[in-house]
Design a protein around this ligand. Sequence first.
Ligand SMILES: C[S@@+](CC[C@H](N)C(=O)[O-])C[C@H]1O[C@@H](n2cnc3c(N)ncnc32)[C@H](O)[C@@H]1O
Length: 366
Amino acid sequence: MTSELGRRIARRIAIAGPISVADFMAEALGHPTLGYYRRAMPLGAAGDFTTAPEISQMFGELVGAWLAERWQAMGNPGPVRLVELGPGRGTLMADALRATRSVPGFHAAIDLHLVETNEMLAARQATVLSAFKPSWHERFDQVPAGPLLLVANEFFDALPVRQFHKTARGWSERMVGLSSDGKSLAFALAPGSTPFAAFLPEAAEGAEAELCEQGRALAADIGTRVMRDGGWALLIDYGRDVSGPGSSLQAVRAHRGADLLDRPGETDLSAHVDFGALAAAVRAAASKARVFGPTGQGDFLQQLGIRQRADMLMTHASPPQRHAVDAALQRLIAPDQMGTLFRVMAVGDDRSAAPVGFEPGISGVT
Ligand SMILES: C[S@@+](CC[C@H](N)C(=O)[O-])C[C@H]1O[C@@H](n2cnc3c(N)ncnc32)[C@H](O)[C@@H]1O
């Protein structure tokens, strides 16, 4: 364990005992000064990972088209709270807004709200989105009431997960404690069974499971909010459609897999999003809210016209530019790249027509 934050977590455990994996993840990502999402500039080629909007402008442009179409389906409300959770470098929103300039009345209706905890990223968002005078918040529930259009790309995967292991006695929670020599962080199972067992799937001994309480609570808030004020949310992340056993928490540093407990604060931690659990949380909180998907990112983007958009970009491009557009297209939609693993889910009110992008698999990806 080499990071300053790792040493602090170890001291806390030595005094107060083991912490849950969710507490460890929350600290590793969100510690006020040393957390990964508080201090580093994690995104892009020089960072630890890249994301769809950073791969190609087409991604943000098509999300923008989807949001503008939802605004029209809602009856052109103004003002509309346009919210992005975890906007990163602001690229998705900048591309979305540029692509929707010509939608009559849309930009005049927008009141832009960004939910972001990283000050360096917020400063970057302020630069690229200054024309829209955004407001920043630490949490979604701080966004003022009113009709909602929300997008979150690779946000839910950064929310802390608890982990569990099925023993002969039932589910036990995995904790982060200290190694036997007390020098490094180490996983250990909590003694006895867990009160979270009621939320965990049926599984054989030896199985693993994860639970993202913050993700479920946020999905419930979004469902409640769209039913109360009207609105639509588009959630995009890597993950799975149906809840079940399995563990997915992973660590990435400099575009490579890393040890989960090594160097907290300097390593990105993320878990696959359980879209089945998010949909269930929406329905439990707001039974009339409508959920579309999850569908594959490849299908979604193709139904929104990404191939046509790529053709347009290639029309007046040089051969190297054409190659770059085609490579980005494949990366975003091909099943062996981001097209299938990344899932797209929409949550909306019961007052507007169904959104585009969620017809069952028609992709025929090449
Ligand atoms: C993986 S990045 C994705 C960035 C962007 N959406 C994109 O696709 O490029 C996660 C984003 O969420 C922010 N973030 C992570 N955890 C957060 C939290 N608990 N509250 C608010 N923002 C958070 C990060 O600072 C970052 O902007």
